[in-house]
Design a protein around this ligand. Structure first.
Ligand code: MSP
Length: 661
């Protein structure tokens, strides 16, 4: 039986399987999850789709490098993506893989419809192709680099099936006009409209140079062009050819990064129009999370991983930061410093502190029973809080509806600040002691409790775990995620509060950052030897190698993989904001390297100049507190606190650059 509820269908992009998720991908999935939770609380039946884009030359190459068949390679990668989303509490309702049979059928069906309707023809194409972006680069000459990723293009000639994209210039422009909110934000819309106004060339939608793809039926070795394949996944996930049965098509919202907006707002609606299928209602392009002003990539060594942040601060902290710090649609710089600062100020001191303040007073002075009504007549100050509470519902919903998460959170946190101020002004801790003010005390607590309750309901889509936890501590029993967010609720009946626990314990900023970075380094370079002097996090140094379980024996071939050389320290300086780290420049014979070492608490920088040390020179570069470290200084880890003692050559004069074997 079909549900009575209105339906809402939203998607994230279908992520490439030749890499693993970083904070940029996590961002889109978190946004999608927050919208899904919000819409459910507004009475919608929601489906959120994400998945993996598994075809193309890049996958062929990655599988070859890994020495396994493509199917095995993508299966492993799909598990890695899916299980990370599950672990982070942002699971897909539909996880679609482009190797799923339901998807293969949908792509072949869509092609058939486009062909039957006269929008597909056969031709030859020679052009410059970027294998990294899976796209021909228009107007590029042999030798040109790809304008998007900067890597060399390759000249490719092949027989293709073409899609008559040129026929859709007018229909698309008419469609944009009729549906002015189809492309969001506005700036992106202008960009796309002028692109389409500039004229559209037909698009080749099959390949014969690629083997790993969905076959064009009866036309082998033609396989589908990855974008014709990948975009269709949105439709495959909700029924494919039978989409009408499930009732989730057309899609309400495609969330995408700004780099792939053209595929979603030009090609995708054109394919669907050609097949005479309904076109999605909206495409929202968000900006990028940048690291040091450039896009994250593993080759640059500047990726931020989600798991270490979630492990250290909790997933809610990451969700809050991603949605609060950067205006949705714009680019933003990621910094651990800003993340932990927000955690301590807005979550630990803001929401967490308000909750424990109110609940502790109920526990101490009202025998743990939250008041069911105001005991004294509410005065102007109480009414002011109540009024802001009412306004906050309307305002926050308005911002959520237009995906202005930053503003929704600002609005909710304004109420938190107002209740804090109210408590400071009404001083319930004084009222409870003064004769004859008990009723006033109860009224104050009642007002604050109800405001807190609303904060939790409104913040739930963004902080699902913490709000649930505090909700339980408040003694509330209804399922928070099923509450109707847009209605005010009747006053609470007397309820007994639960055990009070800090939802967001305060953290030491530096220590938290160091731990996150150590976990990230470990995840990125899992084979790295333990207890390095350059990894300053407590997790890596405490106890040191002595405390670690006996490692498996390795062969000499494994040992020789580690290239260690004699280095000489040329300069050494402290790093502002990182008490444990020194930034060194080290001569390793062939070059001067910058290396960070976690030895600042035990070595004076000036005394290190000229000292000869053992350096691991073939470690992948990484960033420590935002400073690049290209190598590792070897040190013994001594005592229970893991005090680093530099390995050296005090007795003989060794040549700089000599290899340690
Ligand atoms: N497979 C295609 C999408 C096909 S959708 C039918 C693809 N995959 S991707 O894995 O490279 O990128 C997926 C999304 O992640 C894109 O929307 C991209 O913008 C986003 N991001 C990748 N790095 C990002 C940041 N650093 N910040 C924010 N989002 C970024 O493209």
């Amino acid at each position: 039986m079909q549900s009575e509820k209105p339906k809402f269908y939203l998607t994230t992009p279908i992520y490439y399987t030749n890499g693993l998720p970083h904070i940029g991908h996590t961002y889109t999935t978190v946004v999608a999850d927050a919208i899904r939770r919000y819409k459910r609380m507004r009475g919608y039946e929601v489906v959120m789709t994400t998945g993996t884009d598994e075809h193309g030359v890049n996958v062929e190459r990655a599988a070859q490098k890994a020495g396994i068949p493509e199917s095995e390679y993508v299966a492993k990668m799909a598990v890695a993506w899916k299980s990370l989303w599950d672990e982070l509490g942002i699971p897909a309702d539909e996880f679609v893989r482009t190797t799923d049979i339901r998807h293969v059928r949908t792509v072949q069906w869509l092609f058939k419809l486009c062909k039957e309707n006269g929008y597909v023809y056969k031709g030859n194409y020679t052009g410059q192709y970027c294998i990294y972006d899976n796209a021909f680069v228009t107007d590029a000459k042999p030798g040109d680099n790809c304008p998007d990723c900067g890597r060399p293009t390759e000249t490719v000639t092949e027989e293709n099936y073409y899609f008559k994209l040129s026929a859709f210039q007018k229909p698309l422009l008419d469609f944009y006009k009729k549906n002015p909110t189809f492309i969001q934000p506005e700036t992106r819309k202008n960009e796309i409209v002028s692109f389409v106004e500039g004229g559209l060339k037909d698009l080749s939608i099959t390949r014969t140079t690629v083997r790993w793809g969905i076959p064009v039926p009866g036309e082998e070795p033609h396989v589908f062009y990855v974008w014709f394949d990948a975009l269709t996944a949105y439709l495959s996930a909700v029924g494919g050819p039978d989409f009408e049965k499930r009732g989730f098509w057309p899609c309400d919202l495609h969330l995408v990064g700004k780099d792939i907006i053209r595929f979603h707002t030009v090609y995708w609606p054109a394919f669907l129009m050609a097949a005479m299928l309904p076109v999605p209602k909206q495409v929202w392009a968000h900006g990028w999370f940048l690291m040091d002003a450039s896009k994250m990539s593993k080759s640059k060594g500047n990726v931020v991983l989600p798991r270490p942040i979630a492990n250290m601060l909790g997933m809610d902290a990451m969700r809050y930061f991603l949605l609060r710090d950067v205006v949705f649609g714009q680019d933003g710089n990621f910094s651990y410093d800003a993340l932990v600062t927000r955690y301590n100020s807005d979550l630990a001191n803001g929401l967490g502190n308000l909750a424990s303040r109110v609940l502790t007073m109920i526990e101490q002075h009202l025998d743990g029973m939250a008041p069911g009504k105001p005991a004294a007549a509410e005065d102007a100050r109480d009414l002011q809080v109540n009024e802001l509470r009412q306004q906050t519902i309307v305002q926050a919903c308005k911002h959520y509806d237009s995906f202005e998460f930053t503003r929704a959170l600002e609005t909710i946190w304004r109420l938190i600040a107002e209740v804090d101020k109210y408590l400071v002004e009404t001083k319930p801790w004084v009222l409870i002691k003064a004769a004859g003010s008990f009723d006033q005390f109860v009224t104050t607590i009642y007002t604050a409790y109800n405001a807190l309750r609303e904060v939790l309901i409104l913040a739930h889509p963004i902080l699902p775990d913490a709000t649930r936890k505090i909700w339980k501590q408040m003694g509330q029993t209804a399922e928070l995620n099923t509450l109707d967010i847009h209605l005010d609720w009747p006053p609470v009946a007397n309820v007994r509060i639960g055990k009070i626990e800090a939802a967001f314990p305060r953290v030491d900023k530096q220590e938290a950052i160091e731990r996150i970075e150590a976990m990230a380094n470990e995840e990125l370079n899992p084979t790295q030897p333990p207890a390095p002097a350059a990894a300053p996090a407590p997790a890596a140094t405490a106890g040191g190698a002595a405390a670690a379980p006996a490692p498996e024996k390795i062969g000499i071939e494994d040992f020789t993989k580690v290239e260690m050389r004699v280095g000489q320290i040329k300069t050494a300086e402290r790093i502002v904001g990182a008490d444990k780290l020194l930034k060194l420049t080290v001569d390793i014979g062939t070059e001067i390297r910058q290396i960070c070492a976690g030895i600042a608490q035990f070595y004076e920088p000036e005394k290190l100049i000229g000292r000869k040390v053992a350096v691991v020179v073939n470690l992948a570069p990484r960033k420590l507190r935002g400073v690049e470290s290209n190598g590792m200084i070897v040190a013994a880890s001594v005592g229970p606190e893991g005090r680093p003692v530099l390995a050296g050559f005090p007795d003989e004069d060794v040549e700089v650059g000599a290899r340690l074997k």
